[in-house]
Design a protein around this ligand. Structure first.
Ligand code: SF4
Ligand code: SF4
Ligand code: FES
Length: 915
């Protein structure tokens, strides 16, 4: 490792780093704006200046930009000298010329990188007395505020939005000192990752619009390490709370999962915590069918009486924690516990779990995905089914550029130079999907095929990979071309999933991965499952556990007295008639949920639960990573975590097997002991007894204010802070946020670094893993065991010429149950629609904006045309209101809806190019 001298002190630094990275990693405070650890350097802002000396005899030196200067053995720099610091001070002064100095009313105030750098450089007095340039702000949608006057033209926003995230509707417009960062016309930002602008912009230009209505400064937010419940990627988050309300969600860095970025479902999709749909009190149905509120004690007693000495069955949930699912499984018995998803989905999840355990391919983390040099996506529109993974795939296609750069000995952080060098050259990405996808712009080969055809093509590809290269067996899938791409790769990645309800796709993906496997190649296989804990559930299920249909049969045979439903709206899972059959066949139904759902209407007893942001638990991500989340704030009176309800109900019912279980840690340990596949979940985070230097880890930062005043309307006496008996975190400012394991990091803040850029003070080196280690534990390590195909076969296509097969195509905004209840994000959810290929639309006499019904149903769907959609496929977005009754992968009859108003043309046109 080279050594450099900074202000006379010697530092050992990482080979290949730039001087800014080296200084920050060494703990030196060198100001910067435009450099970003995930996006590299462009040298735009001139803020990271140092003086570099040729040798010890050089007394003059020259100003260099730290972010553009590679480290080299023996290099000599001055960081704190007058010349370097004077230059940086002058730069901040010039950047501040047009800045409105409105920190007091700016949403960024108190956590602003510009504020920090201004103080750090010592700029204090404004000398310029002229008029400032001003700009008009734009409406950018319901999630992001725009205040252009605060801009310092660092270009981070457009570099992130366009270069990193692939967006096209935000740009640097105009020139000179009129340069403007916005859209060509007002309108909602199109990127599903736009919310990261809030954290990327070092000033208050882009701020969180959903926070503004009940704004709270960073220093008044209570926060705790959490995990996004939005999908199976398992991004790490930092939700912030004040006055018992969730205020916002920020990114929590995890080097192997989400890095620095979230998707907008994750950032803005937790508003359900504050929603009116929340259940406030336990409710017991009386003989008139009305619900009466109960206190917690009476509710526990009712719960106990409904389960004591009864024949029980339980329905778990992929949106509930591993611990509460496990407890319910123990309560009802493993053979009476089902996953709470459709039978078809359960079968696919079991298949995925088996594949991940059996494959010799690497099941990649998001960081691994970014290293892929060839990608094959089978069936998934990844931006909609595992959004953060899609952002990683966008980075993977840049590996070609990095290879070209390495040949020229260009360092990987030379962002502008590498982009110039590579231009449009990318590592190959092949996409097979029924229609257009949000990654089409970076795909080298796109094939639009029906689900069964994708599986058939993938099987053919696996065969082709096993045999010598041959000519195409099928013109439509370009098998030999794709095989050649994969064979040429050193780190190929196959991505498949369950979204198309075609089990043969995952099976074929595995065959391809196995066929590619060789000693020279590190093959990766990533299988996307739908929900935060889908994989955890699959690992928890006992072999031969009943599915929903089997449970219904048991209920109808009179074998179930009480059915307990855990955080699951069955009406979203299977057609309503099937749910009605099940619920009507059971004498008593107990529903535990955080929100009121149609499933509650059939319950004898409803128990309101805490959300993932108010409780502790573990999710297992699609990568097989168990991650613990902690309550950000205590759940309000009347509600309890599902785990607490289950423990207290079982205790009140005198169920012996629960006698030893008192705390979350007990349940985690019991679950790990009982389920071999989950045996390592104890390692996901330290237990309750952990202390950092003898102290708890505070949820409130050191500047938290108003602890007494915030309850003054109730009492002027400050109550004792809530004690946390379940985790090492405290609900107070007392404690130490230092040196704790990465899984317990509650917020980032360091002296002089009030913004999220203080993260580097918690990293072992800038951009690297947290000093306390990467959060979570991998449950599934790569396995070299043999794989035996499960023998599934690809579904045939409908035979009749004008038959239409219903294809589910999930949407990032709307397909997920909880995030759809979030203010702001809910505005981005369209009404139910069906997408047709142009040929099918013309065959059925349809145009975009028409209305249609399906199989004579009453719900009218808006017609959209996807020019890329495979003919004979008609696509819908599961989860949108009205789509519950649609059965995926069935052949349907379409009829034009009567009395349909053609409107919404603007919405259709702005929706990702699909019109
Ligand atoms: S809007 Fe923010 S990120 Fe973009 S150039 Fe201005 S200050 Fe930089
Ligand atoms: S990708 Fe998934 S886990 Fe990550 S932030 Fe988005 S919804 Fe949450
Ligand atoms: S951070 Fe180095 S020039 Fe901007």
């Amino acid at each position: 490792m080279p050594k450099i001298l900074v202000d006379g002190c010697e530092y050992e630094v990482r080979e290949g780093a730039n001087v800014l990275e080296a200084c920050l990693s060494a703990g030196l405070d060198l100001p910067y704006f435009c450099w970003h650890p995930a996006m590299g350097s462009v040298g735009a802002c001139r803020q990271c200046a140092l003086v570099q000396y040729q040798d010890e005899n050089d007394t003059r030196g020259r100003i260099v930009m730290g972010c553009m200067t590679p480290v080299s053995e023996g290099a000599i720099f001055s960081l704190g000298g007058d010349r370097a610091s004077g230059f940086r001070k002058a730069i901040v002064e010039s950047l501040m010329l047009n800045h409105p100095h409105d920190c007091a009313v700016c949403a960024e105030g108190g956590e602003c990188h510009l504020q920090d750098m201004t103080v750090m450089t010592g700029h204090r007095d404004r000398r310029y007395r002229g008029r400032k340039n001003t700009h008009r702000n734009q409406y950018l949608g319901p999630l992001i505020n725009h205040e252009m006057n605060r801009c310092i033209t660092c270009y981070r926003c457009t570099r992130y939005y366009r270069d990193y995230a692939g967006g096209i509707d935000l740009a640097a417009l105009a020139s000179h000192d009129h340069v403007y960062f916005g859209r060509h016309a007002e309108g909602t930002l199109e990127s599903e990752f736009a919310g990261n602008l809030v954290e990327v912009c070092p000033t208050g230009v882009f701020t969180d619009k959903t926070l503004v209505g009940s704004y709270t400064r960073k220093w008044d937010l209570q926060s705790a390490p959490s995990v996004c419940a939005g999908c199976a990627v398992g991004c790490n988050t930092l939700p912030g709370e004040r006055y018992g309300k969730l205020k916002r969600v920020h990114n929590r860095f995890n080097a192997e999962v989400n890095g620095y970025f979230l998707c907008d479902r994750g950032r803005y999709g937790s508003g359900y915590v504050n929603s009116d749909a929340r259940l406030n009190y336990p409710g017991l149905r009386d003989t008139d069918g009305r619900f009466n509120a109960l206190d917690e004690q009476s509710a526990t007693a009712e719960f106990a009486s409904l389960i004591k000495d009864k024949r029980l069955a339980g329905i778990g949930s992929p949106r509930a924690s591993l611990e509460s699912n496990y407890l319910l499984r123990e309560l009802v018995g493993a053979t009476n516990f089902t996953a709470g998803v459709s039978s078809a989905e359960q079968a696919m999840l079991n298949q995925v779990a088996e594949i991940l355990v059996a494959t010799s391919a690497l099941v990649p983390s998001i960081a691994d995905v970014e290293t892929a040099d060839a990608v094959l996506i089978l069936g998934e529109d990844v931006t909609h089914t595992a959004p953060r993974l899609a952002l990683a795939l966008r980075q993977s296609v840049r590996n070609k550029a990095y290879e070209m750069a390495a040949e020229l000995k260009l360092q990987s952080w030379q962002d502008a130079a590498i982009r110039n060098l590579a231009q449009e050259q990318r590592s190959p990405l092949v996409s097979m999907a029924p229609g257009s996808t949000r990654l089409d712009d970076i795909a080298e080969i796109k094939r639009h095929l029906a689900p069964g055809e994708i599986a058939t093509g993938a099987y053919a590809l696996a065969e082709a990979l096993l045999s010598a290269p041959s000519s195409d067996v099928d013109e439509t899938t370009s098998v030999s071309e794709i095989a050649a791409i994969l064979r040429a790769a050193k780190r190929p990645l196959i991505v498949a999933g369950t979204s198309l309800c075609e089990p043969a796709i995952a099976d074929a993906a595995l065959k391809i991965a196995e066929a590619l496997s060789s000693s020279e190649r590190r093959v990766m296989l990533s299988l996307i499952v739908p929900e935060a804990n889908s994989l955890g559930q699959a690992l928890l299920l006992e072999q031969g556990a009943p599915d929903l249909s089997a449970l219904t049969a048991s209920a109808e045979a009179g074998e179930i007295d009480t059915l307990v439903i855990l955080e699951n709206d069955l009406y979203r899972r299977v057609p309503g008639a099937e749910v009605d059959r099940l619920l009507n066949a059971v004498p008593d139904v107990i529903v535990l949920d955080c929100i009121e759902t149609p499933s509650c209407s059939a319950a004898s007893l409803v128990l309101p639960t805490a959300t993932a942001i108010e409780s502790e638990g573990t999710f297992v991500s699609m990568e097989g990573r168990a991650q613990r989340y902690f309550p950000v704030f205590p759940v309000s009176e009347g509600r309890r975590s599902a785990l607490q309800w289950l423990l207290s109900g079982a205790a009140a019912a005198g169920i012996d097997s629960f006698a030893q279980l008192q705390h979350v840690d007990d349940v985690v340990t019991a679950c790990a002991a009982a389920v071999p596949a989950l045996s390592r979940i104890n390692d996901a985070a330290p237990g309750q007894e952990y202390r950092s230097h003898g102290m708890r880890i505070p949820r409130q930062p050191h500047r938290y204010s108003g602890r007494t005043a915030m309850r003054a309307n109730v009492s002027v006496h400050e109550p004792k802070q809530t004690q946390d008996e379940e985790s090492p975190l405290s609900y107070s400012m007392e404690g130490l946020n230092r040196d704790e394991p990465g899984s317990l990091l509650p917020y980032v803040w360091a002296p002089g670094w009030n913004s999220n850029q203080s993260l580097h003070k918690f990293q072992a080196e800038v951009g690297g893993a947290l000093r306390g280690g990467t959060a979570g534990v991998r449950l599934i390590e790569s396995n070299s065991g043999a794989y035996a195909s499960s023998g599934v076969s690809a579904s045939p296509r409908p035979t009749s010429e004008n038959a239409l097969e219903l294809i589910p195509r999930p949407r990032i905004f709307g397909s997920d149950e909880l995030s759809a209840l979030s203010e702001g994000l809910s505005e981005l959810i369209p009404r139910a629609y069906l997408e047709f290929s142009p040929a099918d639309a013309s065959l059925h006499g349809l145009e975009a904006g028409d209305g249609v019904t399906v199989d004579g149903g009453t719900v009218a769907f808006e017609v959209r045309i996807d020019p890329q959609l495979r003919q004979s496929c008609v696509a819908y977005a599961p989860g949108l209101a009205g789509c519950q009754e649609l059965k995926p992968r069935t052949v349907v009859q379409i009829a034009k809806a009567q009395d349909w108003e053609r409107d919404n043309a603007a919405l259709i046109a702005s929706d990702g190019g699909v019109s």
